[in-house]
Design a protein around this ligand. Structure first.
Ligand code: ZN
Length: 232
C-alpha cells in the first residue's frame, strides 16, 4: 500500500516531535505543581485578579473537569480552569490560569491573530476531514478529475496547516501577556515568575511540535501526489 511508502517517515517524525513535547510539558507541569506560590492564592483567584488588573469585569471563571482542559470560551465569555488549576495554589496552576486570562485579554482588545484564528476554525475542521478522502479518490481515479480532486485535497489540508500556524502567535502572545501581568502586579516573586515561564514555554513547544507535524504531513501529501497532480 502507498500508505507505507518511504515518505511515511515524515509522519513518524511529526508523531515523535509531538510525543517529546507532550512528555516535556507533563514533566515540567508536575514539577511546578508541587511548588506552592508564596501568596497561596488559587488558580481561580489568580485568574480573577488578572482579569480585573486588565480592566475585564464581564468574564466568568468556572471549573471544568478533566486534565489540561483549561480554556477561554470567547462566545460565552467564560474562562474554564481544570481540576489541576482551579483550586490549586501551585506556581504551575497560576501560570496556566494566567495564560488563559491572556486569551481573554486578547479577545477584549481585539487582537488580530485571535480573530483570524477564529475565522479559520471551520476551514481547519473542514480541511482536515475532507482532504484525505478527496486525495484518495483522486489517486484511484484515472481521468482528468483526478488531478483536480488531489489539488483540492491539498488546498484543504493547507487550510488546516494555516490554522496551526496562526495558532502560534496567539499562544505565544497569551503567555507573554500572562507573564507580564504576573510580574507587574507582584502576584508572584521573581523566581516564581521564572518557574511559570518554564511551564508556559513547555506548553508553547507542544504547539510548535503540532505545527511542524502538520507541515511534514503536507509535505508528504505533496510528495506522494507529485506525479498525479501534473498528468491531467
Ligand atoms: Zn492558549
Amino acid at each position: 500500500m502507498f500508505y507505507y511508502d518511504r515518505t511515511y517517515i515524515l509522519v513518524l517524525i511529526g508523531v515523535v516531535l509531538c510525543m517529546l513535547a507532550s512528555n516535556r510539558v507533563n514533566r515540567v507541569f508536575q514539577k511546578y505543581d508541587r511548588v506552592r506560590s508564596h501568596t497561596g492564592m488559587t488558580g481561580r483567584e489568580a485568574a480573577e485578579r488578572i482579569l480585573r488588573a486588565n480592566g475585564i469585569y464581564d468574564v466568568q471563571v468556572q471549573h471544568v473537569s478533566g486534565k489540561l482542559t483549561d480554556h477561554y470560551d470567547p462566545r460565552n465569555k467564560v474562562l474554564r480552569l481544570s481540576d489541576a488549576t482551579y483550586a490549586s495554589s501551585s506556581v504551575a496552576a497560576i501560570g496556566v490560569a494566567a495564560h488563559e486570562c491572556g486569551h481573554a485579554v486578547q479577545h477584549a482588545v481585539g487582537y488580530a491573530p485571535l480573530q483570524i484564528r477564529g475565522a479559520l476554525v471551520p476551514v481547519a475542521n473542514f480541511g482536515s476531514t475532507l482532504a484525505w478522502p478527496l486525495i484518495l479518490i483522486g489517486l484511484f481515479m484515472n481521468n482528468q478529475t483526478a488531478g483536480l480532486l488531489i489539488n483540492a485535497g491539498i488546498l484543504l489540508f493547507s487550510g488546516a496547516v494555516l490554522f496551526q500556524i496562526v495558532t502560534l502567535p496567539v499562544e505565544f502572545n497569551a503567555s507573554g501577556r500572562a507573564v507580564r501581568t504576573l510580574e507587574s502586579s507582584g502576584m508572584l516573586y521573581e523566581d516564581e515568575v521564572k518557574q511559570t515561564k518554564e511551564v508556559l514555554g513547555a506548553a508553547a513547544l507542544t504547539y510548535v511540535a503540532s505545527t511542524a507535524s502538520m507541515i511534514l504531513q503536507l509535505l508528504r501529501l505533496i510528495l506522494i501526489t507529485g506525479g498525479r497532480r501534473r498528468n491531467d
